[in-house]
Design a protein around this ligand. Sequence first.
Ligand SMILES: [Zn+2]
Length: 447
Amino acid sequence: MADRDAARRGRGGRGSGGRLALVNAGAVVTGPPPGAPGPVRFPTREHLGIRHGVGIGVEDGRVALIASDDEVGEWFHAGVPDELVDCGGRLITPGLVDAHTHAVFGAPRLDDHARRARGETYQAIAAAGGGILQTVADFRGRGEEELLLLARGRLAWLGALGTTTVEIKSGYGLSLEHELKALRVIAALGAQGPLRVVATFLGGHELPPEYRGGARSREAYVRLIVEEMLPAVAGAGLASFCDVFCEPGAFSLEETAAILGAARERGLGLKLHADELDPSGGAELAARLGAASADHLGAISPRGIEALAASETAAVLLPGTLLFLGAAHQAPARALVDAGAVVAVASDFNPGSSPSGNLPLMMALAVSQARLQPEEAFVAATANAAYALRLDGGAGRLRAGESADLVVWNCREVRELAYWYGMPLAWRTYAAGRPCHALEPGISSPG
Ligand SMILES: [Zn+2]
């Protein structure tokens, strides 16, 4: 509890100490009902908790009450009134939870994008100096303050699009010094708020250039992660999770298991980039290790689907990535939901394969490209995304007494969120009761 209070103070809450009231909403979607704190398998409209004729009172960063507009109005005037928002019939939902991003980076990779359009392969782009190692070289050359400033602008974009919780991975440093730099930037973003930030250590993102083909081997890099990076990261309390890019060409099943086994011993939760391009057994490994999530899954096998459905490991789908890369297929979202897996949808916001943190857009793609129902896509970007991060305290749900992370949308019903794709739908976003809409408009590229 002390930790949660500290986290809330860190995110600021409403500074004035006054009360915020949201009334005249078309509908309030609270998320799965109390008594169902876990993930949602087989989501239906019943799981959305749609209420009509109610408003919301917020005080000290928390939801104080969800009650009739009259009651909320009385409560508002009985304390120190700050702001009374007439929602004009708009929809209110919990803030969206983006469970997979790489939001701390320097320059965008504009050349990669143009080269792909000319039909160049990933290998050809990497050979021409593009690809992830370009981002690594760029990242290593930038200071902490500059990276923080860039990331703040980008997180302001996310808030303006309705996201109030964001997971951010390291993984562009790939050395002890630069991975710690990334995680310190992520910690600073969380401390400054208003978004809730979850940090993931991704030292196993890619083999760094200095471990390729020379005297130092890939085994030596895995040892560096296990013996130096993980103790430093866990010792400084800089990450909640450890993630590995488990894919032929990146890290093998054995290397992934070695890194994640060591991470678990250090008290970190586990995540995997799994079966993105090849059905190599990453999903099965995630289930076997009891990982919090297996992410991507564009090439998951039928056995992998079964393994996830029978496990507590969430399947985090990233439909924007495959779309942006021009892939002809998506992860089998329908089969995963129908098998009983816990399915979440995230943006994968990163400079290479998904330069968008627009979660309603990802929900629309999950419906139009991966065949989820709109209600399933909503649960996937709220309650199930919070579960993929093992969060409670109001993330992905609206509850009296918990953090006031909520969005007032420029539409009337929840299915519209996955319909008006790419449109600016969020009207007001509040994270821990603080407005975060159109805060510091982001600047996309470093100068
Ligand atoms: Zn990723």
